[in-house]
Design a protein around this ligand. Structure first.
Ligand SMILES: [Fe+2]
Ligand SMILES: [Fe+2]
Length: 269
């Protein structure tokens, strides 16, 4: 019996790369070797590719070079360390036009759409949500509506840096760890309408998988851990599992299976 082939997407997040952070580059090199060996159909980086400072050209240049070590197709969305933060309590200040331009210069567009394995995967710049660059935010929402119309019944997965919520799409908690309430409500409406089935994010540096029941079609919410490096043996449970890792998605028809790859799974001893 011939089984239909699966499409594999690998999510990597929060690599925090810099020429001054050798341990982070070693973890990235381990991930590159795993990717080159296993050849996923697509690699998605969900942001904080740059070590710390959104204004550091040297780190952006280094991180962009590191991304180009991949010979597989890849896409990236920006994190707060790449382009600045969103309220409340923005770390190293808010996103700005200058910072956006820097990201686009080094990494390309900060939003994208890919049709793969019967799914439409859409990357969004989550730092624009509920922030002060109103025209940029409005443009992105309009662009998303167009992409969803194009999906025409295809299941849609969204990838972005900040998670849409901490525990549930209907919570009214707004902290720096997630997007703001207005944007969460708009995304929740898309989930309730069945337009979005999967939301993958980073930023928390913890692996979290939530199935939000009670919506018309339900949405799988997946938080990827940081690639690392946490010292060996220091994984802890907090909101989710704080560990070094990658997340593998296998798409088959309208289903998706999600698997956490911990350091031992992708980095041989
Ligand atoms: Fe991060
Ligand atoms: Fe972050």
């Amino acid at each position: 019996m011939n089984l239909p082939s699966q499409t594999t997407v690998l999510q990597v997040s929060d690599t925090h790369l810099s020429p001054d952070f050798a341990a982070g580059t070693e973890m990235w090199t381990a991930a590159v070797r795993y990717i080159e060996k296993t050849r996923p159909d697509l690699v998605i980086h969900t942001g904080d590719v740059v070590h710390d400072d959104p204004d550091c050209d040297r780190d952006h240049e280094f991180a962009a070079f590191q991304m180009r070590r991949l010979s597989t197709p890849w896409r990236i969305v920006p994190g707060n360390h790449d382009i600045g933060d969103s309220p409340p309590d923005p770390f190293r200040g808010l996103v700005s036009a200058e910072r956006l331009e820097r990201f686009r210069r080094y990494f390309g567009a900060d939003r994208w759409s890919v049709v793969i394995g019967g799914w439409q995967l859409i990357g969004l710049n989550s730092l624009l949500f509920d922030n002060h660059l109103a025209a940029e935010e409005a443009e992105q929402w309009g662009w998303l509506e167009e992409r969803l119309r194009e999906a025409d019944g295809r299941p849609v997965g969204v990838f972005m840096h900040k998670p849409p919520a901490i525990n549930s799409l209907d919570e009214d908690l707004h902290v720096n760890k997630s997007i703001g309430l207005t944007s969460r409500g708009r995304l929740r409406a898309l989930v309730e309408a069945g337009a979005v089935r999967l939301i993958g994010s980073g930023h928390l540096h913890e692996h979290v998988v939530l199935y939000s029941q009670g919506y018309s079609h339900g949405a799988l919410l997946v938080g990827a851990p940081a690639l690392g490096p946490l010292p060996a043996g220091t994984a802890t449970w907090n909101l989710g599992l704080r560990c070094n890792g990658l997340v593998e998605y296998r798409f088959l028809g309208d289903t998706v299976r999600v698997r956490l790859l911990r350091e031992a799974d992708f980095r041989p001893a």
